[in-house]
Design a binder for this molecule. Structure first.
Ligand SMILES: Cc1cc2nc3c(=O)[nH]c(=O)nc-3n(C[C@H](O)[C@H](O)[C@H](O)COP(=O)(O)OP(=O)(O)OC[C@H]3O[C@@H](n4cnc5c(N)ncnc54)[C@H](O)[C@@H]3O)c2cc1C
Length: 168
């Protein structure tokens, strides 16, 4: 079974400084994709909160997992500077609080999502066998349908295992 990483960067600003940049109206922007170091960003739209969320996933997250939170923050700010072409000082002075969730580096998580490999089907079948008829497993990585790596997949797997436990 595959396990992939995600690094999420949450930046809380004083105001939504990005809404009027590059001579455009970005008031209703929800997602943005860029060719900066951190490519994927989203806002809280339609909620009015001045928060931008940056997203690094897969091999890129694994490459950066050993970097400090300060380095990742600088990378995020540089990406925003590249995208919106605002002065560095304006951006840093507007920042209220950054938060970095580095899941691949977290010793209690060591990753974010499972993903399917050619060996996953056989691995799932093995893990789904109850141990001594008393210990049962469930979770997003053990779901066989299309919604792998989602809450829906985790719930469906939980339901299926609970049904097995009840013997119905
Ligand atoms: C960054 C990120 C963004 C995501 N975004 C989305 C999204 O937008 N939509 C979506 O549908 N899904 C999303 N997911 C995926 C979704 O969160 C997971 O698929 C889902 O939470 C998995 O549920 P689970 O019950 O299998 O596992 P978990 O939610 O991981 O639950 C496992 C639980 O077991 C506990 N645990 C672990 N070890 C032990 C132990 N030894 N003893 C006791 N307890 C233990 C853990 O603390 C945890 O509470 C996202 C995941 C990540 C990481």
């Amino acid at each position: 079974m595959g396990s992939g990483g995600v690094i999420k960067i949450l930046l809380r600003f004083k105001d939504q400084w990005w809404t009027n940049t590059l001579g455009k109206d970005f008031t209703e922007m929800d997602f943005m994709f860029s060719d900066g170091e951190i490519r994927t960003w989203w806002t809280q739209y339609p909620l009015p909160y001045p928060i931008l969320t940056g997203w690094i996933a897969g091999p890129h997250a694994e490459k950066l997992m050993g970097r400090s939170d300060g380095d990742i923050l600088d990378m995020a700010m540089n990406s925003l500077l590249t995208i919106f072409k605002v002065p560095v000082d304006t951006l840093y002075q507007n920042l209220v609080r950054p938060m970095i969730a580095n899941w691949p580096a977290d010793p209690y998580a060591r990753g974010a999502y499972s993903y399917t490999t050619p060996a996953s089907h056989a691995a799932r079948a093995e893990i789904l066998k109850p141990v001594f008829g008393t210990i049962f497993f469930a979770g997003e990585a053990l779901y066989e349908g299309k919604e792998t790596a989602t809450v829906e997949g985790a719930l469906a797997s939980g339901l299926s295992t609970a049904t097995k436990i009840l013997g119905v």
